[in-house]
Design a protein around this ligand. Sequence first.
Ligand SMILES: Cc1cc2nc3c(=O)[nH]c(=O)nc-3n(C[C@H](O)[C@H](O)[C@H](O)COP(=O)(O)OP(=O)(O)OC[C@H]3O[C@@H](n4cnc5c(N)ncnc54)[C@H](O)[C@@H]3O)c2cc1C
Length: 641
Amino acid sequence: MASATRLRRFAYYGAVVVGTAAALGFTSAHNSSSANPFSRDRRSSGEISAITERMSSTGWRVPNRNTQEAALRGSSEVSPFDVLVIGGGATGCGVALDAATRGLRVGLVERDDYSAGTSSRSTKLVHGGVRYLEKAFWQFDYGQLKLVFHALEERARILHNAPHLCNALPTMTPCYEWWEIPYYWAGLKLYDLVAGSRMLHMSRYFSRNESMEAFPTLAQQNALHKTLKGTVVYYDGQMNDSRLNVAIACTAALAGAVVLNHAEAVSLKKDEVTGNVTGARIRNKLTGKEFDVHAKVVINAAGPFCDEVRKMADKNAPQIISPSSGVHVVLPDYYSPDHMGLIVPKTKDGRVIFMLPWLGRTVAGTTDSATNLTMLPEAHEEEIEFILDAISDYLVVKVRRSDVMSAWSGIRPLATDPNVKGTDTASISRDHVVCLDSDGLVTVTGGKWTTYRSMAEDAVDVAIKSGSLQPMNGCITQALPLVGANGWDPSSFTVLAQNYVRMKRSYGGKIVPGAMDTAAAKHLVQTYGGLAPQVALIAQLEGLGKRLAHGYPYLEAEVAYCARNEYCESAVDFIARRARLAFLDTDAANRALPRVIEILAAEHRWDRARRKAEMADAITFLETFKFSRNAQFDDGKHRAR
Ligand SMILES: Cc1cc2nc3c(=O)[nH]c(=O)nc-3n(C[C@H](O)[C@H](O)[C@H](O)COP(=O)(O)OP(=O)(O)OC[C@H]3O[C@@H](n4cnc5c(N)ncnc54)[C@H](O)[C@@H]3O)c2cc1C
């Protein structure tokens, strides 16, 4: 009876929402300036081709770190930057790219590395948010519906602008009750409908047999001994989050933004007469030296830390962030098929859980609990246990704590109204906030990875207005390809496999040729896109073709390439954010460290003391990724079926 009522309500709301969407022209446009993500503003087409040309040129290099620091130091009261961005996560780098491509003079400082904060610790989904669509239905919340529509629009843009770093991922929703089949089927069809022409592939029902064929490890009976009736499969995007973040930073640098990682804003500068924010005091964390950067507007994109920056301008500024931590665990590839994810919309305690294939392993998560702010959040044992318990209800695999290869935590920058009390972080809207805190300081936060570009666009619009800036053109990032997108196509790995060898050092010290095998070629193309041949050339010409860790396609040449072209300044920058070893397999990352440090030392001319310090920092960092070795556990806890 309850199910029938639910279905009737669903049909009713469906009709209302579809009608509303059609009336609002939802399937054609979010707003006039972004009517078609792939159509370009006429003023902008010249800009886009100039940047694209620089990106695809083989001689292309981002300006080096010293040049960038000198350019930041070169600003003055009479010649300030138009915009100084604080924070080099997805949002901050998106802001730098947006502002630079509008012809503004932009600087960006990041106190750790690009995406060292939340932006490397996401679920890696480029999504509209099916969950929010459900909320939009049941609460008839038009705001939530708009969020979904908008995110789906941005999903299409990310997949178009960085196709090498993203892919469409089918995800299965298991149904153990008959009513769940029409319920999820209708909901996911509506998701397709809201996506309109931006739909990736159409969702569809899989019978029980089809489901078992596509997902052999799926349990045929759930914890309540209900038999699997069928599944509904829908599509969202998946990304390599930190690589996407680095690509945005490098594209911004190429477009003229002066970007510097490992540089912290330690205080804000203010005009003594007007009190307006006029720049920031910066500390280069690699040298300890400090300098001032002058800017007409400072954009605070410090993610969960944005209140710290707001308090630099006004120590009484009210808190707008409720930090919430989310944990993921990484399990071996046999937990999930290569190309099919699993979503359980409601676990036995009512939470959502994902299990997704990612870079050859399985990522499962996530949790949502209030937390303290720290740059190195750690996964707690009970959070890991919760995830393992939840997925074990839906798998035939014996889920073991000892299978956890890595576990990490990220902090959501949930922006909340300081006047609304409450601790349930799951109920706060994921929409973003752009606010003018005081003259000269704009804060942009909240939102999600998927919407980083539109958050940046909104923040730059506010900065232009508040600082009376003079851009040369409007926003052009809707269809701007990121570094690596040009010259990429899904089959480019065949060219690498045929044209390059991996010259590598034998155990006797001789340089010997080795084949560029398909796994390495595919990995290079999915990681560097059209620039993969440059990495392959380093492997071939400089004898850096050996793999860094057994069982992973990462090559020594990548360390040298990232040091030269991607502002990779430390061992952690490499193992965590250029390559993803720390996230995939903490033990393998540990084993790769000595060679990574050796190559970086040659690139950056590190002395012995620096090498030792790098090793110590990396080990401390890896301690926060809780794989099976640093856990106290009882492996019998997660049942076998
Ligand atoms: C567990 C989890 C899962 C998620 N999954 C998804 C998902 O699947 N899809 C999705 O779309 N979104 C997802 N999100 C949301 C998304 O990851 C975040 O919204 C996004 O990464 C926030 O980016 P940001 O740039 O605003 O913040 P951050 O990435 O945290 O960047 C802020 C940066 O500012 C720097 N900083 C701070 N203070 C200073 C200072 N004084 N000087 C210089 N730099 C400073 C920090 O070092 C940091 O790098 C998820 C979030 C979490 C926590």
